[in-house]
Design a protein around this ligand. Sequence first.
Ligand code: SF4
Length: 230
Amino acid sequence: MALIHLERLWVENRLTAEGRVLHKKTDGAKSETRDGVRITRSLPVHSFKLGLFGVCDVVNFTPPAFEPQPATSLPKRIEHELNRLTRPIGVVTETSQLGQVKRDEDNSPFHQWTITPVEYKRGQPKKNDADRVQLCAQAMCLEEMLRTSIPRGELFYGKQQRRTEVVLSDELRQLTVRAAERLQLLMFAGVTPKATREPKCENCSLLPVCMPSPSQSVNASVYLRNLIEE
Ligand code: SF4
């Protein structure tokens, strides 16, 4: 993260290239309404609370009391709101004096809608929480922008070719808040932390420029076991 965002370094390898191709498929496709569900692609999102911004691969907007039906035009208010969201950030959400976003779910045009962010990944599910945290951060951004609640999202893995539902639990939300806080500290400090070599480094495109030092705390047998399990 620090190498990319602080030092502006990037190195491509087969894995990053495959990921880019997968994302191009969703980025290149247009938003559409299918069977009454609005499928929005490459939706810019942000959160003042988390201090984050980014782009959601796909967000599905399912109307209340949904029954599949032929594609029809969306209610005007929803259409307007979705158009507003796809404009560049900086004009989107109302904030209070403290920068805290007003949360008034009853007044949200998306009240009672089911909103589901879907994040596309090249490989297969990871052992760590990185993908779930990323998805949760997207959902929390959407909740803040739309003044609504999003209880679950979905992860699509290229190797499995199917979506996996992720429950956005309190625990995952706390993990996401802590990750966002750590990121803020990192960006404010402006210093790339010392990296320690781990099994995941073997597939990392940044390995040649990162040059992590050997782990001091992991002995050789544990390191080899991690390597095999990875
Ligand atoms: S080489 Fe390892 S420590 Fe360095 S950026 Fe990649 S995964 Fe992180």
